[in-house]
Design a protein around this ligand. Structure first.
Ligand code: NOJ
Length: 535
């Protein structure tokens, strides 16, 4: 029987290269730095790394402003460093996923510079969304950028260009065939260099409709799209159904073409995962139909409360919706755009949730530093570099807290990350969270991740679906426990602040925190902890 493709239930480790390991003392992580730590990554037990962008970029948006998608930015090294990284990863049987950014380029990309020079009406401008001002001089419509402020910036001759993100990130016009041709060239470039897959940035955003039409509530829409703005969920959901620039039918035509390109590499099993924030949730499954992409991120766990009903609903919905297109879900607790899970829900809860999620079918994504239980870095406003912070005049703090470099070793900051001054300060309070210190402590978060990922591979990958236990309204008897069985493993999470009895059978093989006791033939799961039992 043909074995499942490598990505189907892979554990994928997200590396933000600038924050991972600095090999040359300039205070910023780089590709040789990543290569130098691949043994650490391999020993974690993951199957692949996803590298956030390392391409030529003025770095106005952490490299998601790409000036040349087929070259490496000098701050990260060069193409030979990329080749070496890929070769060393493959030597360790780790796959490499590159991040591709098709919604926009940097304003420093040669196409945009040419568009500025060529002027209105030129074919160079047709690669982007350039329009004249309204008669009263205002921008072509009232859309608000996802980073705050208007979505339009005016150039010297009076035309405006569209940018859903920073003004340095002009949106590409995907109705122009030159754009797809260029991206296919980029995909082939990296596949030929050895990468095994792609994470597609803003995968739902490429095709716009009604570009000249105002939105009835642009500020409401902008708030609804932000994870950090609280809003009644019905209001939010209603607004999210009205986004004129996301999740248009046309994006699927693009991914059908790309799928053919990926499949043309046959046994290399090139995969792609879509970053698609879409609503309603069922729409996400369209990205993973058999002739489109392989995975789509499920972002629900980046914001979900540590609550049994909420988590039950997220898991159940994701598994069942994906099943309608014969796909498996993905699970992510943290990434470079959101608060770290340990800060968001608490340290013990974060460990418990990770162990709960590692048992589930599908792919698990781990954001570098999550395995150490890192919290968000504490930063002064003067440290912040995120365009969200800058474009909202500091009203929104932005994402830098999740991007603080990793602590590796030693007792003083920057803990071996760099011999220079790190690009974001690392707090001295992370002394006990370094790789070195956690390796020495069998009870550390790092050991939990390593043990869990080993057990996941041994007992769970390929083990089929889950069965919720203790049948009741939402899969459990009390609000404290959430449990399921899968293959030979029973997973029990206790979300409450006190120990709880459960009837799980089998031998305890791992617990995220505390000690599991036996009482009257029952198992007692510690507060805020998850345990796995082997039948
Ligand atoms: C999503 C990326 O994850 C984020 O970091 C970036 O700012 C936006 N897309 C724009 O590219």
């Amino acid at each position: 029987m043909k074995s499942a493709p490598w990505w189907k239930e892979a554990t994928i480790y997200q590396i933000y290269p600038r924050s991972f390991f600095d090999s040359n003392g300039d205070g910023e992580g780089d590709l040789p730095g990543v290569t130098s730590q691949l043994d650490y990554v391999k020993n974690l037990g993951v199957d692949a790394i996803w590298l956030s962008p390392f391409y030529t970029s003025p770095n106005k948006d952490g490299g998601y402003d790409v000036a040349n998608p087929r070259d490496v930015d000098p701050r990260f090294g060069n193409l030979d460093d990329a080749k070496e990284l890929i070769a060393q990863a493959h030597k360790r049987n780790l796959r490499v996923i590159a991040d591709i950014v098709p919604n926009h380029f940097s304003d420093q990309h040669e196409w945009f510079q040419a568009a500025l020079d060529a002027g209105r009406g030129s074919k160079e401008r047709e690669r982007f969304h350039f329009y004249d001002a309204n008669e009263d001089g205002t921008p072509p419509n009232n859309w608000i950028s996802l980073f705050g402020g208007p979505s339009w910036t005016q150039v010297a001759d009076g035309q405006f260009y569209l940018h859903l993100f920073d003004s340095s990130q002009p949106d590409l016009n995907w109705e122009n065939p030159e754009v797809n041709a260029d991206f296919e060239k980029t995909l082939r470039f990296w596949i030929d260099l050895g990468v095994d897959g792609f994470r597609i940035d803003v995968a739902h955003g490429l095709v716009k409709e009604d570009v000249l039409t105002n939105h009835p509530d642009p500020q409401g829409l902008s708030n609804a799209l932000r994870l950090d703005v609280a809003m009644d969920s019905e209001v939010r959901n209603a607004l999210l159904l009205t986004v004129p620039y996301f999740d248009r039918q046309g994006v699927h035509e693009i991914y059908k073409k790309w799928r053919k390109l990926f499949d043309s590499y046959g046994e290399r099993e090139i995969m792609a995962v879509a970053e698609a924030w879409v609503h309603p949730p069922v729409n996400a499954t369209r990205y993973v139909r058999a002739d489109e992409l392989h995975q789509v991120f499920n972002f629900d766990l980046l914001t979900a409360e540590f609550d049994s009903k909420v988590l039950f609903d997220v898991v159940e919905r994701s598994i069942s919706l994906n099943a309608t297109v014969n796909a498996l879900p993905t699970w992510a607790l943290s990434n470079h755009d959101s608060p770290r899970v340990a800060s968001r829900i608490g340290e013990e809860q974060a460990r418990a949730l990770a162990l709960f999620v590692f048992g589930l079918p599908g792919s698990a994504y781990v954001f570098a530093g999550q395995e150490l239980g890192l919290p968000d870095g504490q930063l002064q406003d003067s440290d912040r570099q995120d365009p969200t912070f800058l474009r909202t005049n500091g009203q929104i703090k932005g994402r830098d807290g999740a991007r603080v470099p990793l602590p590796w070793s030693g007792n003083t900051t920057p803990f071996g990350f760099s011999t220079g001054k790190p690009w974001l300060p690392i707090s001295q309070s992370w002394k006990d969270l370094t790789v070195e210190s956690e390796l020495a402590d069998p009870k550390s978060s790092l050991h939990l991740y390593r043990n869990a990922l080993e057990l996941r591979k041994e007992f769970l990958v390929g083990a089929g679906g889950i069965t919720w236990l203790e049948s009741s309204q939402h899969g459990h008897k009390s609000d404290s426990l959430l449990s399921y069985s899968r293959g030979a493993i029973t997973v029990v999470m206790n979300l409450s602040d006190s120990a709880e009895e459960c009837e799980a059978e089998g031998k305890l093989i791992i617990v995220s925190g505390g000690t599991v006791d036996a009482r009257d033939g029952k198992k007692v799961i510690p507060a805020r902890s998850t345990a796995w039992f082997l039948a």
